[in-house]
Design a binder for this molecule. Structure first.
Ligand code: ADP
Ligand code: MG
Length: 436
């Protein structure tokens, strides 16, 4: 094993170029036809914000770990305020029947309105009409901005009786039953779409968004001339562009040769709840990087024995190991029960952990370059908005990503910025841009 463990996560520039080109092709296929590996889901968000939108908006955000209800106050000039309440999606909620889940969301909306200090929210509780933006981080098939059929759950939710149903109607019915018929669910959006819209409110040159948290996904503004599968759709005729939710985490599904998969990547995939699905996500996402590193450390130092248990080492530990303030060694001792390493072994362990994260950043860079090429390599400033704890908190993630993009696409015009809370702000921005 020895040095191969130290180098096995290296990906050549040539391979990364191939990933970029193959993703470009797969994304194009998804824009042309239904049922492709890359779903390229139309969001029906065609009106992008100017930054001048104003008003208080009610938002519900159903993610993988939390339900959040909040009020976003758009102040114009790209300025905003935000106030919200959060409920952890405990296991008991995740397995509920579909209508119970939506009843629960409606109860949370009511509870938020009762406690909110905002006058607009208090009036909504008394029956004044108000629009609600609904951020929903699961793949839905939309044929308009306020209508979306759930394709499948992923992450941890398993309310299977909701698949094939319109999640907007389910939430509206639940609100009506809770005496909140005046609250109208007027936009449904994915969190990547929200992040893009939120950052476009702040900076109108934003064209792409990337999420790097538990999983990964990206959205971009596509000229409608490229979205051939919508050619016959009535709402399309009057618009020029639309935000597309790529669902890029599925790259490699059904064709593992598209990615440089190692035996340990295949082992992890085979033991997940969705083997064969979300292959790219399993190389990039925070849910998996710690475990990939643990298996690599086991190969290098385990002497045929296990080093800790599956998923004992978390991606947040890889950040601690990288920061190198003594906590790296502590994480390895506490999480893996590995006591007898010397300085050389610790240094090697760090290099291995870093190479796992670096591979994630490099593959993410190649995917982004695929989108940039699909857009025709624009010569104008092209802002990419990022959200997610992996991007935000791993010390050198953005550095690895940016140096790889520069190598793959010299002279590109992309700028990389962090956009937190985009899933809430973006929902408000989309509701507001629709009204104005
Ligand atoms: P979500 O994916 O639910 O939207 P986040 O964006 O916060 O939530 O992402 C959570 C993921 O980020 C976790 O799976 C974890 O692996 C990863 N993460 C959390 N903290 C850190 C950290 N300090 N460094 C690197 N990754 C982290
Ligand atoms: Mg998130």
């Amino acid at each position: 094993m020895g040095s191969t463990t130290l180098t096995m996560f290296n990906v050549s520039l040539e391979t990364l170029q191939t990933v970029a080109d193959n993703f470009h092709t797969a994304l194009m296929a998804g824009l042309c036809k239904e049922g492709q590996m890359i779903r390229a889901l139309p969001s029906f968000v065609c009106e992008l914000p100017s930054g001048r939108e104003e008003g208080d908006f009610l938002v519900v955000d159903l993610g993988g770990t939390n339900l959040r209800v909040g009020c976003a106050q758009l102040k114009g000039n790209g300025q905003f305020g935000l106030d919200m309440k959060r409920w952890a999606l405990v296991d008991e909620m995740k397995n509920k029947a579909g209508c119970e889940l939506f009843d629960l969301i409606a109860d949370c909306v009511k509870s938020y309105l009762k406690d909110s200090p905002h006058q607009t929210m208090g009036e909504a509780l008394k029956g004044r009409p108000i629009s609600l933006g609904f951020t929903f981080s699961y793949p839905v098939k939309q044929d308009d901005i306020d209508h979306g059929i759930l394709i499948q759950w992923n992450k941890a939710l398993v309310c299977n009786d909701v698949i094939g149903l319109d999640v907007v109607a389910l939430l509206q019915d639940a609100l009506n039953k809770t005496d909140l018929a005046n609250v109208k669910v007027s936009a449904l959006l994915n969190d990547t779409v929200g992040t893009l819209a939120a950052h476009a409110y702040v900076d109108v040159d934003t064209k792409i968004s990337v999420l790097l948290g538990t999983g990964t996904n990206a959205a971009f503004i596509a000229p409608l001339s490229l979205v051939k599968k919508l050619a016959a759709h009535p709402t399309i005729q009057s618009h020029k562009e639309m935000i597309i939710n790529t669902e890029w985490g599925a790259f490699g599904d059904g064709n593992g040769d598209l990615l440089p998969l190692l035996p340990l990547d295949k082992k992890i995939d085979s033991e997940t709840v969705n083997p064969g699905a979300q292959i790219l996500e399993k190389l990039l996402g925070g849910m998996y990087l710690g475990e990939i590193a643990r298996l690599a450390l086991e190969l290098q130092f385990g002497d045929g024995q296990m080093l800790g248990k599956p998923f004992d080492l978390e991606t947040a530990d890889l950040s601690k190991i990288e920061i190198d303030d003594g906590h790296g060694g502590v994480a390895l001792k506490e999480k893996l029960g590995w006591r007898d390493f010397d300085d050389t072994a610790l240094q090697q362990a760090k290099d291995i952990c870093r190479s796992v994260v670096k591979r994630s950043a490099q593959l993410c860079a190649a995917m982004l370059v695929g989108i940039y090429r699909l857009l025709g390599k624009p010569r104008t400033r092209t802002v990419v908005a990022f959200d997610g704890s992996l991007y935000e908190k791993y010390p050198r993630y953005s550095e690895y990503l940016e140096e790889t993009i520069a190598a793959l696409e010299p002279g590109h015009t992309m700028e990389f910025q962090l956009r937190k809370d985009g899933s809430i702000i973006g929902a408000a921005v989309i509701v507001a841009a629709r009204k104005s």
